[in-house]
Design a protein around this ligand. Sequence first.
Ligand code: ADQ
Length: 610
Amino acid sequence: MLIAFKFVFFLICAASVMSLSESWLPPFPRAVFRAALVGVAVLVLFYTDIMAPIRRTAEWVKKIRLGETPENLPSKERRLLGPLVKEVSKMVRSLETARLAAEEEARLRQSKDSVWTPERLKEFVRTKLGGRPLFVVSNREPYMHVKKGRDIEWMVPPSGLVTAIEPILEACGGTWIAQGAGDADRETVDEKDRLRVPPEDPKYTLRRVWLTPEEEEGYYYGFSNEGIWPLCHIAHTRPVFREKNWTYYQSVNEKFAEVVLQEIDGMEDPCVLIQDYHFALLPRLVKARRPDARVAIFWHIPWPNPESFGICPWQKELLIGMLGADIIGFHTQYHCNNFMETVDRFLESRIDYEHFTVNREGQITSVKPFPISISFIGNESSSSAEKVTSSKEDLLKPYGLSAEWIGVGVDRLDYTKGILERFFAIERFLKKNPNYQGKFTFVELAAPSRSLIPQYRQFADQIDKEVERINSLFQTKNWKPILFLKKNHSHKDILPFYKHADVCLVTSLHDGMNLVAKEFVMARDDEKGVLILSQFTGASRELKDAIVVNPYDIGQTADAIREALEMPLEERAERMKRMRAVLRERNVYRWAADLMGELAQVRLSSAVVS
Ligand code: ADQ
């Protein structure tokens, strides 16, 4: 635009000079003079507005190549070379990430450190799978497309699963099969319901599966979340088993099995990694038709004792479905033991407690713990994306509150997370320690969850009432004991609360692992902050330097809050240091590597699963 404007301006000036020249030059020299004038104008424009920006852009790219951090390109260059600059900027980001990763790798190699990084995982998986692609199945998809006005945007649903699985798929390629749940998901797939992701730098295929509202209600809300979820958590919420939901659970598992079989068709010796309790029947359905496939299922929630599991009317069918897998993974050895005892109680099979395997009709399944974790490699605080500048005061100010100490809780609004028990403990703490009234505020960041299920709606109402009751007992003009923020917060919103809280409360009544406890520890590079952790979480097996409590014991949790707030600084730092060392060593890349290593080693039995 600007160039065109300049060109027109030059032409007008040239025309004026030329009309002047008509009076003093004969026709031929006048023509030469005119041509020369236009030529000079074009040359000047070409040099200043095309060559110079290209030269400066080339300098900019060169600086990046040499590892320098150049200033942003001036707007003139960005205007002229817009699309090119956009692509180069993306390249710069990938290059920067690759360079940081390579430096980290080199540093770790030199220090003979055993930390797992995404790069190490990629290399490991590439070698182990020998170029074979991987097929992952989960209920939730890693990328969701949603409508924003007239545009379509993509988002990553908040899930630890994506963090854990994506580096593996990025390394070996393959296909992630999941339910398409975004309102623009159908508009972004090809005729085979596939698309390449990540959207900005495609490395693997996402295959979406469509469920009808009835299927979603019966399989997801019904059998999975009203049945299996409370069955496995033993949080004293009665599981609901309806025949109709069971029928949907079976048919949706069959639907997913058909998709898996289509996707692995023609692949030799494919690896299939199934996620969670939504797909207990899937391993057998796949293995029966493709005995040459290596199949693993990872169960993200606890496994109960045989007596508790025994109330499920379809206990045998679920167990037989799972035992189609070559590997069944849980977070803890305790859950593996419960599973083996359950199989022992309800199925005809040969159990080997020495190697933790089940042999059912010749199909051998290995049952192992793989404690899931977070993407902590130890240098996170240096990443600019993670920098937090707010203060404790800034966090409470928008709500007209101030407090000397703050506590934090981050949960899906789920009855298994012990949120009510936590609030009762805060009430007890303030009653027992009146000197903290007016000074300690607990911030609960709670994401609404599964609100179509009646128990979840009742639970949410009960929480609202208790928050109101407890606050009304103590609150003053600019202070209250509980600040209850109910929404799905972004990780960026949660981080300042993790960073500035004096104490984090994780009081699950039962939890497979609990990643919030680990996220809190990862955020505390200042080595301050104390973690209070339920003994009924998988995380309590690893984070032994937390203050471990029985969440049903309200008095004990109340005393733990006081102990945390009054803990000497050195002790806090010592505990946090040790917990961070554990997490660094057992991060999510190690989880993925252990699981993939095991899957690659599976010796396929000749048995055909019936
Ligand atoms: P969840 O029951 O969802 O996972 P958890 O492990 O704590 O429990 O993970 C929750 C995740 O959601 C965390 O990453 C957390 O940051 C995020 N989250 C929680 N509240 C939020 C909020 N208000 N806004 C936004 N994000 C929020 C299941 C099992 C666990 C197991 C995991 C992984 O129940 O036991 O640890 O899978 O296997």
